[in-house]
Design a protein around this ligand. Structure first.
Ligand code: FRU
Length: 573
């Protein structure tokens, strides 16, 4: 960071680490520390030209027991701590008055929670630590806001917070201060992991700001480990105290303790509705609630099970969302799309796990009747997808990963998918990248060689490839040269597939859109991912690639005359 620097000096035999930042008046620091050793308190002091103006101290020393401090100051500030006694995980500062415009300034992370150094990458990633589901995705105060499941101190899932970012185009994001924190209770009891789980946001009824809804999870809490909370924020930066709105699951519905991921939206009757994911003996369940309170703060009552999903041995439903897709919410003829994460599901014919389904039908405010269903993404690394109606379009974003590939013992840095629109076309659901994705195109790398079957080399890992076939379903094999993974996009008699073999012990799933016969392919490569959009998003396939090695070149193999034209762009965030 230009206005911050790190110095380490030795004072009295100890290693004193100094973090320096030049701050506007009224800046806020968020800084997390813990004692480096048990029984020896840790501390950190703040000073400026007038001398020391603050000190914070900690006694907790367990692995994940970093404590947050909010410290206010201004001017040229020095933060000093003794690395033998104090361990600092993250330090950033911001000024509340302009943080929506400027973002936070990170002055410290550790090797264990630092973001990857990939400045050309164009997918959203957190500024430090772990990320999973998108939460509270919406346009508030005129700007797109993205909140997300976050843990600051490592690259593995742990006690959940809500991270936050703001954009003007859904593609270039400014990082905001952490928005929601787990209750104190959890920080003090790291064995009871949980925290502020997934949820959604709506505009505040009476004034600027937002109301968020989320699940609070406390492992083994009796009688409910998952309950629903709401909080408001008038400045869109800090959340006020949270209130419990649903302390219990509905009675007599045979549900497991899964009861999470509130998604709040306006129903056809003008009332606020809430979906929650759960599980019963019959399969995964979507629960429906509603309230007559126009502020959505109180009065939430249970309506019933909106859907029971048995396919693919699904256990719980996660992160359901429901949107009017081809007309206004108030018109009974309007179709709605219900999008669901099928936790623990497995499509045995392809070995793909944790599928996300999109079910199209009609929603009358109380019940949902299905017309047809479609996989949202044949690559399955587009999980916990969350969408909202933005003017006359639907915009959604997903977690570019799959729980099947992660585990408590491996670091797993992840990104969000490209934001996508959702619409119906000729009775099928399409999820193309948002139009603004074209603004990522920096310059053309090739317009002739790929189409002619020659190898095209890339200058970095951010690339878009667009080609059109002479007829739908014409066979091709796009070979993508990656240093560690065998990667191809293929159309053959079976359909459209992403072939991804990483040499791991387990046989790789077959990422296929069976029966797809596309004509136009648009493929986005980034450090750590591939996204395939066929026929304007009629088929979408997203696959995370482990590590951050770039794809280096491509070769398109097809019969002579089968490729009408092909263009390759270098992309720039
Ligand atoms: C989905 C999910 C949600 C839960 C969150 C916890 O990926 O399991 O159901 O709220 O992640 O981080």
């Amino acid at each position: 960071m230009s206005d911050s620097q790190l110095k380490v000096r030795i004072a009295g035999g100890n290693a004193i680490r100094s973090l320096h930042a030049d701050l506007p008046v009224n800046a806020t620091f968020h800084i997390w520390l813990k004692a480096a050793k048990p029984d020896v308190p840790g501390s950190l002091s703040f000073s400026n030209v007038r001398g020391k103006f603050g000190e914070v101290s900690v006694t907790n020393a367990e692995e994940y027991e970093f404590r947050i401090f909010h410290v206010f100051g201004g001017g040229s500030v020095e933060l000093d701590y003794d690395t033998d006694q104090t361990s600092v995980s993250v330090a950033y500062w911001f000024a509340l008055a302009d943080v929506l415009e400027t973002g936070i300034t990170v002055i410290h992370t550790n090797p264990g929670n630092a973001p990857p150094n990939i400045p050309d990458s164009y997918h959203f990633r957190p500024p430090f630590g772990w990320m999973n589901d998108p939460n509270g995705f919406g346009r508030f105060g005129g700007r797109p806001h993205l909140f997300y499941q976050h843990y600051s101190h490592g690259l593995r899932w742990n006690t959940m917070h809500w991270g936050h970012a703001v954009s003007s185009d859904y593609l270039r994001w400014r990082h905001m201060p952490i928005f929601l924190f787990p209750s104190e209770d959890l920080t003090a009891r790291p064995d009871k992991r949980g925290g502020a789980y997934s949820g959604s946001a709506i505009p505040l009824a009476d004034g600027p700001g937002i109301r968020v809804f989320f699940t609070e999870q406390v492992q083994d809490r009796i009688p409910e480990q998952q309950i629903q909370l709401t909080a408001t924020s008038s400045d869109l930066i800090t959340a006020g105290n949270a209130d419990v709105i649903l302390p219990y699951r509905p009675l007599d519905e045979g549900l497991t303790t899964d009861f999470r991921d509130p998604y709040v939206f306006k129903g056809p009757d003008g009332r606020w509705k809430m979906l929650l994911g759960s599980q019963s003996d019959e399969g995964g369940v979507v629960l429906l609630y509603e309230t007559h309170d126009h502020t959505a703060a109180t009065g939430w009552t249970y309506i019933g099970k909106l859907l029971v999903e048995k396919h693919y041995r699904t256990t719980a439903i996660e992160c359901p969302c429901l949107l009017p897709i081809d007309g206004p919410a108030t018109d009974p003829a309007t179709r709605w799309v219900l999008i669901l994460g099928l936790m623990n599901s497995e499509d045995q014919s392809t070995r793909r796990k944790n599928l996300t389904m999109a079910i199209v039908g009609w929603f009358d405010g109380q019940t949902f009747s299905k017309e047809f269903e479609q996989e949202l993404d044949f690559g399955t690394d587009n999980y916990a997808f969350q969408a909202f109606v933005d003017g006359d379009a639907i915009v959604g974003i997903g977690w570019l990963a799959n729980w099947a590939d992660t585990g408590p013992a491996i670091d797993f840095p992840t990104a969000m998918t490209l934001p996508r629109n959702i619409h119906l076309s000729a009775g099928e659901l399409h999820t193309p990248p948002i139009g603004a994705a074209e603004s990522l195109r920096s310059h053309i790398l090739d317009r002739t060689r790929l189409a002619a079957g020659e190898q095209v080399s890339f200058i970095n890992g951010s690339v878009e490839i667009l080609f059109e076939l002479e007829k739908p379903g014409a066979h091709f094999r796009l070979k993508l040269h990656h240093p560690t993974v065998r990667l191809e996009v293929v159309v053959d008699d079976e359909g459209l597939a992403i072939c991804h073999e990483d040499g791991g012990a387990a046989q790789s799933p077959h990422y296929i859109a069976k029966g797809a016969r596309p004509r136009r392919l648009r493929i986005f490569l980034d450090y750590g991912s591939i996204e395939v959009f066929a026929d304007h998003g009629r088929w979408a396939g997203t696959k995370r690639i482990s590590g951050f090695e770039p794809v280096q070149s491509a070769r398109l193999i097809a019969e002579t005359g089968a490729v009408l034209h092909a263009t390759v762009w270098a992309l720039k965030p």
